[in-house]
Design a protein around this ligand. Structure first.
Ligand SMILES: [Ca+2]
Ligand SMILES: [Ca+2]
Length: 468
C-alpha cells in the first residue's frame, strides 16, 4: 500500500485543476505585447464592443493591426514558458467582425508558439484559423489547439512565447477580439472520469449489447447490416463487401475475416445504421441524449496483420457531413492500420479521430500524430464516454483522449455503431502508399501468414446514465 499512496495522491491533485491557467482580460493586460504594426487595449461590455466578443466576465482584448494585408503579429506574450511546457492544449475565444475582413479573397488568424534554449528558436509552430468572410455581422471561433501533439513541438526549452498573427489577401484585419485564453493539460481529468469504473455504479444501465454468443459459423445478429454506402458493384475503395466473412466463432466472439479469393479482396463491414439507407425500424442509433452514454467494445487484432487493410471500431451519423457540422461527425474510436516498413512501424499503435467534414476538418488525440500505443497481441477494451459537453476515450479503463472541443462533439442521437474492415492498395504513382501514407503495396501480395487476417470482437455494450 505504501508504494501506491503517493501515485494516488498526485493523480488526485492533478484532477483538482483541469484548467491550469486562464487569462480573461478582466485585469491588467501588461503582459500582452503589441508589435510594430499593432496595438492592444482592454475593452468593456457595451462601449461599441460586439456582445459575442466577451465570452467570460465583462472585458476582452481588442487587437488592432495597422499593417494592412501583410503578415502581422498582432500580440505576443513571453511569460508563459512554464505553462507552455507543462500543458498540452491552448484554447482561445476569437470574435472577428465582418467589417474587419476583406470583401473577397481570404483571411486567417494564426496562433503561433515558438521557443528555444538560446537565442534561436528550436521550434516554431502555428495553428491556422480560417475566417469566414461571409458570416453576417461577424463570427465567433472557439479554438482548441493540442499543440503538444505537433511533432515539431519541443518542451525542453528555456523560453517559449505565444503569439497571434493575422494574414489576409487584403484589408486591415482589425479590430479582432480575444477572450478566455486557457492553457490546459489534456491528460488531466475530473476524478470521477479517471477510470471507466463509473459505469458499474447504480447511476448507469446497460441499454443495448451484443455478446456474440451462438453457434460456430453462424451469421451475426440481424441488427448488424452490411454497409450500404458502397458502389453499385458492391465494392468500396479496393475491397468487395463480404458480409459472410463475419461469423461467430462459437466461443462468444465475432470473427471478422479478410482475405483474397477469386480475384476479390473480401471485407466484412457491419453497421447498425447507414446514411438513411436502412429504414428507421431497421436502424439502431445512439448519441449522448440528455444524460450521457458509454459505448464499449472488446476486441482483438493480434491476428489482423495484412498490410493495405484496416480494422475499425467507430460511429457514423445517419446524416453525415451535412448541415450542422457536428451532426455529421464521424467518431473513430479505434482504427488499426497494421504497417511496418524499413523506417517505422505502427503495428502497436492505433489511430483515433473525429471528422466533421468528409476528407476535411478533423481532430485527433494529443499524442504525436494522434497515434495511441497499445498491446496489439492481446484483447483490449475501448470505451467512449459521451455527453453534449465532453467525450472521454478509454483504453482498458484509462483515458487516452479527453475531447472538450464542443465544435467536434455531436449532440444528436443518429449515430450507428460500426465494426469494419476496409482495404486500400498502395498507389504505384505514389510510391505504393495508401491514403494513410504507408507503403503497403497490394493487399493480395501480403505474405501467406498475413492472409487471411482476422479481427475478433468479444462484445459491444452500450450504457446510458439514468435520468435524474
Ligand atoms: Ca473576459
Ligand atoms: Ca462475447
Amino acid at each position: 500500500m505504501k508504494k501506491i499512496l503517493p501515485i494516488l495522491l498526485s493523480s488526485l491533485a492533478a484532477a483538482a485543476s483541469v484548467n491550469a491557467w486562464q487569462d480573461s482580460f478582466e485585469g491588467s493586460i501588461s503582459q500582452w505585447e503589441s508589435s510594430e504594426g499593432s496595438s492592444l487595449r482592454s475593452v468593456e461590455q457595451g462601449a461599441g464592443v460586439p456582445a459575442a466578443a466577451i465570452t467570460d466576465g465583462v472585458k476582452c482584448l481588442e487587437l488592432t493591426g495597422t499593417k494592412g494585408h501583410a503578415w502581422n503579429q498582432l500580440a505576443n506574450r513571453k511569460d508563459l514558458t512554464t505553462q507552455i511546457k507543462t500543458s498540452t492544449t491552448l484554447s482561445i475565444d476569437l470574435y472577428v467582425p465582418q467589417s474587419s475582413l476583406p470583401d473577397s479573397g481570404w483571411a486567417k488568424l494564426q496562433l503561433r508558439m515558438y521557443g528555444g534554449q538560446g537565442g534561436g528558436a528550436t521550434f516554431d509552430i502555428t495553428k491556422d484559423i480560417e475566417l469566414d468572410l461571409y458570416a453576417e455581422g461577424g463570427k465567433s471561433y472557439h479554438v482548441m489547439w493540442d499543440y503538444a501533439a505537433d511533432p515539431a513541438f519541443k518542451s525542453d526549452v528555456y523560453w517559449a512565447h505565444v503569439g497571434i498573427v493575422s494574414i489576409a489577401s487584403a484589408g486591415s484585419m482589425s479590430p479582432v477580439y480575444i477572450d478566455d485564453v486557457q492553457f490546459s493539460d489534456a491528460h488531466q481529468i475530473e476524478a470521477e472520469l479517471q477510470t471507466d469504473a463509473f459505469i458499474l455504479g447504480d447511476e448507469w444501465s446497460l441499454i443495448w449489447n451484443d455478446e456474440f454468443d451462438g453457434e460456430k459459423g453462424a451469421a451475426p445478429a440481424e441488427h448488424w447490416r452490411p454497409g450500404a454506402i458502397w458502389r453499385n458493384d458492391g465494392t468500396w475503395r479496393d475491397s468487395t463487401l463480404a458480409h459472410e466473412e463475419a461469423y461467430l466463432d462459437g466461443k462468444g466472439n465475432l470473427t471478422m475475416r479478410t482475405r483474397y479469393k477469386d480475384g476479390k479482396r473480401l471485407a466484412p463491414y457491419l453497421v447498425t445504421s447507414e446514411d438513411g439507407t436502412y429504414s428507421k425500424e431497421d436502424s439502431i442509433t445512439f448519441g449522448p441524449g440528455e444524460d450521457g452514454i458509454f459505448i464499449e467494445w472488446r476486441a482483438n487484432v493480434s491476428q489482423f496483420k495484412a498490410h493495405a487493410a484496416w480494422f475499425a471500431l467507430w460511429l457514423f451519423s445517419d446524416n453525415p457531413y451535412a448541415g450542422d457540422a457536428a451532426l455529421g461527425s464521424e467518431i473513430d474510436v479505434m482504427e488499426y492500420v497494421p504497417y511496418e516498413g524499413e523506417n517505422y512501424s505502427v503495428m502497436s499503435k492505433f489511430n483515433a479521430a473525429i471528422h466533421i467534414k468528409d476528407g476535411g476538418m478533423n481532430i485527433k488525440p494529443p499524442q504525436p500524430y494522434g497515434l495511441v500505443t497499445f498491446d496489439e497481441t492481446v484483447w483490449n477494451t475501448w470505451g467512449l464516454y459521451w455527453t453534449k459537453d465532453i467525450q472521454v476515450y478509454y483504453l482498458n479503463g484509462e483515458p487516452y483522449w479527453i475531447n472538450r472541443n464542443k465544435q467536434y462533439i455531436s449532440t444528436d442521437d443518429t449515430h450507428g455503431i460500426r465494426l469494419t474492415v476496409e482495404i486500400a492498395n498502395g498507389d504505384p504513382a505514389k510510391g505504393n502508399k495508401n491514403h494513410w501514407g504507408h507503403a503497403v503495396g497490394r493487399f493480395e501480395d501480403n505474405a501467406a501468414d498475413k492472409l487471411p487476417s482476422y479481427a475478433y470482437v468479444d462484445y459491444v455494450r452500450v450504457y446510458r446514465k439514468n435520468a435524474k
